[in-house]
Design a protein around this ligand. Structure first.
Ligand code: CDT
Length: 311
């Protein structure tokens, strides 16, 4: 019996600073209903989908910063999304910013959850590869203060059983790191959700500006092929609070081919019927990890962080 999972990538156009959480949730619910009508069983929303991507600017006031974070999930405003998911029988992936007190102190994470078709959370991931900088750079046209506002995720790259397969998540910058994909690949992942907010411009390296979409697809297509998995890459796109961000949400097959791609830079849904067994022939041949990986030659990957050229 084929394991077909119909998945929607829900690209979002900008969210403004002034938008209420409830209005954004309503937008997500509208897309969920449309996705259901298009035959989707799961819908994937972007990184930090509930607010504007505030790491692009400096927030000095702690209470103002905390207002971008959820203290519980479901929260008062997101409960309606969970209720609708259950009512429609549609699972979802959601990126949001998490305020956590479980370790006896306040911690902030850039988080994503996977929710099954009954509205239950089946997996949570906290972003590990935080890009950007900690210090305020008032001269820059915009900033990426993720290293200031978030702690490095403490949950690792986990895969979970959901939707009749094995799924995992990573967030935005994680997709550029093959280690993130491989740790999921080593758990037999069949579908990886990855939300992103990627600026078109790179103030520190403007020579990269023309390559944003290429590097987005290069990273996700390589990760998909080398780990025999579907990758659902979903953007928050367009000009948000003055920062232009790439669109190009894509559903990538385990072959490395793009099965569907958004063509606007606003709210847009794409749906693909994903055969979760499509990675099997790669997993059993070219990428039969147990047979071909030579871990005795990979020790440097975990023992060394930065590159050290030979003498
Ligand atoms: N949100 C996020 O992780 N953004 C980063 C910006 C880095 S630009 C190379 C990203 O990887 O898209």
């Amino acid at each position: 019996m084929p394991r077909i999972l119909a998945v929607a990538a829900a690209q979002m156009g900008p969210v403004s600073r002034a938008d209420s959480r409830a209005s954004v949730v309503k937008r997500l619910i509208d897309m969920m209903r449309q996705a259901k009508a298009m035959g989707a069983e799961v819908i994937a929303y972007p990184e930090a989908a509930l607010t504007a991507f505030f790491p692009h600017w400096f927030v000095a006031d702690e209470a103002e910063l905390d207002a971008y974070f959820e203290r519980a999930m479901p929260s008062k405003d997101t409960q309606a999304l969970f209720d609708e998911a259950k009512r429609l029988g549609v699972g979802f992936h959601l990126g949001y910013c998490e305020l956590d007190f479980s370790a006896g102190r306040k911690r902030r994470f850039n988080t994503a959850i996977v929710v099954d078709r009954t509205g239950e959370i089946v997996g949570k991931y906290r972003k590990i590869h935080l890009p950007g900088h900690q210090e305020h750079r008032p001269q820059a046209p915009f900033q990426n203060l993720e290293k200031r506002y978030f702690e490095v995720g403490d949950l690792g790259f986990q895969a979970w059983r959901a939707f009749g397969g094995v799924v995992g998540t990573m967030i935005c910058n994680d997709r550029r790191w093959p280690e993130a994909f491989r740790v999921l690949g080593l758990q037999g992942v069949e579908m990886v959700f990855c939300g992103y907010n990627t600026p078109v411009h790179h103030p520190a390296s403007p020579e990269h500006d023309r390559l944003g979409q290429f590097h987005n697809e290069l990273s996700m297509q390589a990760g998909a092929y080398q780990n025999c998995t579907w990758v659902i890459g979903v953007a928050k796109a367009g000009v948000e609070e003055g920062v232009d961000t790439i669109a190009g949400s894509t559903i990538v097959a385990p072959t490395g081919e793009i099965a569907a791609r958004c063509s606007t830079n606003g709210d847009e849904l794409i749906v693909a019927r994903c055969d979760l067994d499509l990675g099997k022939s790669y997993r059993e041949t070219t990428f039969n990890f147990a047979k071909h990986r030579r871990v005795e030659h990979y020790t440097m990957i975990v023992e060394r962080t930065g590159a050290i050229p030979p003498n």
